[in-house]
Design a protein. Structure first.
Lengths: 416, 460
């Protein structure tokens, strides 16, 4: 136990060193030392050190590795955003703080509740309403089709519906045995995916559909309905290839982005060029040209990081996501209640699919669908929802640990 | 309890799938960067190169003998004073506007010091490195002055892979680039025909067909050539009036009898021919470190008439001059082709940061096949179609080619010669193509002889 804690603390020390070194480098970016830049690094370091120490003192059973990976992803995202646009970095700092609060709130709530019971019906209604209002309002304001503006605040409802969707999924799959009792859930899923497709938010649609398939299969073991759903989604994808021009374009530019360089392929080509320009070791922080990549603050931040930190760090990030996923699934397998199991598993799946879809799209392994990179991309909605998923995972980890402890105590043992 | 275990089992299964997905992400990223990274980096689409083009700090480009080909004076890029030399090397040197990709683009990371770390920059300043090319600018100028047609000439040391000359015509003058008006541009002068021009190989393809026959032991065929024959419903002709008469394996090669080779290709069969072509590097995406090069094309349709034409370098066969030169370099080097390179050295001041090394591209035929082909190519120069390449300076082996193409409804002929000096003290391989000039034996072949004589005179 002591060794374990010491090991994780050492990782934290290295992460803080990374953050401070990077910010020190950036404070020399425009000539003489700019203390203000370095101060941002110190403040974020303080926030993360506090967060880690308080959380591991109060909830001693949370999974420290997942927490540290999420923190590191936040750090590298913050550094990259600050380097490209200090103002964006400062905003991201705020979202990291707000995200942490959301994470702790989710942790505490999940630790206490059993399955939200009747509230799930309200969650479903709220989810559909949020997505529906966005669809209706966005058709009047062209372009931004997955944003909702309320006063000075702009947010992406689909990010929050993700959390609702996972809770509803876990609720129905854990409380209903018979398939015919699940029809409200099926309708809810179809409605969510349908509205997202209509809002041309293909990335989110893919995410919801994929998560449904995986969690449904794991939760019920019903291969028949799973295969039927895969067929339906495949059919839907096939039909949308012919129905929607933008789907067809996506696939065409994926096959040969160079041919469409002047048009739709521009973004993919610029992303690949950026990664290629970084090489194995990267150009070094501040030496590349990541701002020449379109949407470098959100969808394409992976290419920006790969350019300046190199292939090694890019591959390491992929490995970090994988470790996060492995830990998440282990926590799900360890959970006692079926609801907790499926909720953690669903949250992990969603983060896994999301990071796979965006990284795979940027490196041209799969067709690109715009979606944020969890914990890294600039954006409040995405940061808060990713942090809530982390909170869910940690809440169940804490529950597992407490139950282990109770079981041990019952058996007459104790913790050394 | 049983249900829970089943669920955990499914979760384990999904975990395995996720692991596979993320391993695929990492592997694909690494694979694509290792394979295409350099090529993508040096495309003209990369805004980093033009942004890093701090002309004032850029290094200079020299040929192998230290002749200065490009350098910076203040914010202006200067090119060789000698106008003919400047034009002769313009494709291999390239230009700072990225119109023609050459050393200015492929070696930008050295020229602009983009490979330097922060510590290096503190030590040596931000000036880029000087780049030394394998070419001899004097030999390039000689070639340029003696090319009477559009086309390409490339000469390589077949033992080391150093490209000694690479000239593409029409050419452009990098010193006036950006000032010329669109009316002055012919349109294709920026194209480096050596690596980006794809031509039907014509009779030079008979080297490949011969290699296929030798490796399968089909060398006993003899025919009487009357000048034309119908194979698979398609008429194949020899340009010689009345045909070649009685020809066997040796005389068919030396006298370049189309009908013999058309029958031979059909006898060998499509899959055999395709396998040999793939072995030669046709349909292969070349990934040379120093330059980009288009793929050569060879395909079979299943029609024997198409195969007959493919075996004599027509049908859909296409080859770049560089690739055709590499084929003769393979024959010269006992079947093994050295990887062609254009970068000889990179220096910061007097200290070199690059080591030239000879790498093997691939083995395209057995040593025995190469040795028999060498004899046939010697005979071709000695008493066959390529006697005008029989020079005093060294012993030449080679093969002529006349490749038909249709332009504005008229049938014209590209004039080809590929060959090499068999003298190991002058290890030179060459390919010459003159667009629309006419018979290979009459135009490309004598030029190849002149070029090799000049190269030997220059000490190669």
């Amino acid at each position: 136990m002591i060794l374990k804690r010491y090991g994780a603390g050492l990782i934290l020390t290295f992460m803080i060193l990374f953050l401070l070194t990077a910010m020190l480098l950036l404070s020399f970016q425009d000539g003489p030392f700019d203390g203000g830049v370095f101060l941002w690094g110190v403040i974020l370091a303080a926030v993360i050190v506090l967060q880690y120490n308080i959380l591991s003192a109060v909830f001693k059973h949370i999974d420290r590795i997942t927490l540290l990976i999420a923190d590191f992803l936040c750090i590298i995202g913050f550094v990259m955003l600050y380097r490209m646009n200090p103002e964006a970095g400062e905003r991201q700092f705020m979202w990291i703080v707000v995200g942490n609060i959301a994470m702790v709130a989710a942790l505490i709530i999940i630790k206490r509740v059993r399955d939200f019971g009747r509230a799930n019906w309200w969650f479903m209604l709220l989810g559909i309403l949020l997505l529906g209002i966005t669809l209706v309002l966005s058709t009047s304001q062209l372009g931004a089709n997955n944003w909702l503006k309320i006063g000075p605040f702009k947010f992406q409802p689909s990010e929050f519906v993700k959390v609702l969707f996972l809770i509803v999924t876990a609720y129905f799959l854990s409380t209903r045995q018979r398939k015919r009792d699940m029809w409200p859930y099926f309708l809810f899923t179809i409605a969510c995916v349908g509205i997202l497709v209509l809002s041309t938010d293909l990335g989110a649609a893919l995410l919801f559909a994929g998560t449904f398939l995986i969690v449904f299969y794991v939760g019920t073991g019903n291969l028949g309905i799973t295969l039927l759903s895969i067929g339906a989604f495949a059919g839907g994808a096939y039909a949308s290839y012919y129905l929607f021009d933008h789907v067809k374009t996506r696939v065409e530019i994926w096959q040969d982005p160079w041919a469409a360089y002047e048009g739709k392929g521009y973004q993919i080509v610029q992303g690949l060029l950026a990664i290629a320009s970084g090489g194995v070791l990267g150009t070094g922080l501040g030496n590349g040209m990541p701002t020449s990549i379109p949407v470098h603050e959100t969808d394409y931040i992976f290419a920006a990081i790969a350019e300046e930190f190199g292939l090694i760090v890019a591959v390491a990030l992929i490995a970090f996501y994988l470790v996060f996923i492995v830990r998440g699934i282990l926590i799900a397998m360890d959970a006692r209640a079926k609801f907790d199991k499926l909720l953690v598993f669903g949250s992990t799946c969603m983060l896994a699919l999301q990071s796979f879809i965006i990284i795979g799209g940027v490196i041209k392994l799969i067709p690109l669908t715009g979606i944020t990179m969890p914990f890294v991309s600039l954006g409040g909605s995405s940061m808060i929802s990713s942090m809530m998923l982390l909170g869910i995972i940690e809440g169940v980890a804490q529950k597992n640990g407490e139950l282990d402890e109770a079981e041990l105590a019952e058996m007459g043992g104790g913790i050394e | 309890m049983k249900k829970k275990n089943a669920m955990n089992k499914h979760m384990q299964g999904m975990l395995a799938i996720f692991i596979a997905m993320f391993v695929a992400l990492g592997s694909y990223l690494t694979y694509s960067m290792v394979t295409y990274g350099d090529e993508w980096f040096s495309t003209s689409y990369n805004p980093r190169i033009s942004a890093a083009r701090n002309i004032a700090d850029a290094g200079s480009i020299y040929d192998r003998n230290g002749t200065r080909l490009a350098w910076s004076e203040g914010d202006k890029r200067q090119y060789a004073e000698d106008g003919d030399m400047r034009r002769a090397v313009s494709h291999i040197v390239g230009d700072v506007h990225g119109k023609s990709l050459g050393a200015e683009n492929y070696f930008a990371k050295y020229l602009y010091g983009m490979d330097k770390g922060i510590l290096d920059k503190l030590e040596t300043g931000s000036r880029g490195a000087d780049v030394y090319l394998t070419i001899d600018a004097e030999l390039c100028r000689y070639i340029y002055n003696n090319m009477e047609y559009n086309g390409a000439v490339v000469v390589m040391n077949y033992q080391t892979g150093e490209i000694l000359a690479s000239v593409s015509a029409p050419t452009f003058d990098p010193s006036t680039l950006g000032e010329i008006t669109p009316e002055d541009e012919e349109g294709s002068e920026y194209l480096n025909r050596v690596t980006q021009g794809r031509y039907p190989p014509g009779s030079t393809m008979k080297i490949l067909t011969t290699a296929a026959a030798l490796e399968s032991g089909v060398t006993g065929m003899e025919i009487d050539c009357s000048g034309s024959a119908v194979i698979g419903g398609q008429k194949v002709t020899c340009p010689t009036d009345g045909g070649h008469g009685h020809v066997d394996f040796t005389s068919a090669f030396e006298r370049s009898c189309n009908i013999y080779y058309a029958y031979l290709s059909v006898e060998l069969g499509g899959s055999n021919m395709l396998a040999t072509a793939n072995q030669f590097g046709y349909n292969y995406e070349f990934k040379f470190p120093d330059f980009n090069m288009l793929k050569s094309n060879f395909e079979v349709s299943g029609e024997s008439g198409d195969l007959a034409w493919a075996g004599i370098g027509q049908y859909t066969d296409l080859v770049t001059p560089m690739h055709n030169m590499l084929v003769s370099a393979g024959v010269a080097n006992g079947g093994t082709v050295a990887q062609p390179n254009t970068l000889l050295d990179v220096r910061y001041g007097t200290s070199s940061i690059y080591d030239y090394s000879t790498a093997q591209f691939r083995s395209i035929m057995s040593a025995g096949t190469a040795s028999t082909l060498a004899g046939l190519m010697r005979g071709t120069v000695d008493h066959g179609t390529a006697t005008s390449a029989d020079i005093d300076a060294t012993t030449m082996n080679g093969k002529t080619g006349t490749a038909e193409f249709v332009e504005n409804g008229q049938v014209k002929n590209h004039s080809w010669f590929v060959g090499y000096s068999q003298d190991a003290s002058h290890p030179l391989a060459i390919a010459v193509i003159l667009e629309g000039a006419g018979y290979g034996s009459r135009y490309a072949t004598p030029l190849a002889g002149q070029v090799i004589s000049k190269a030997v005179e220059l000490g190669y």
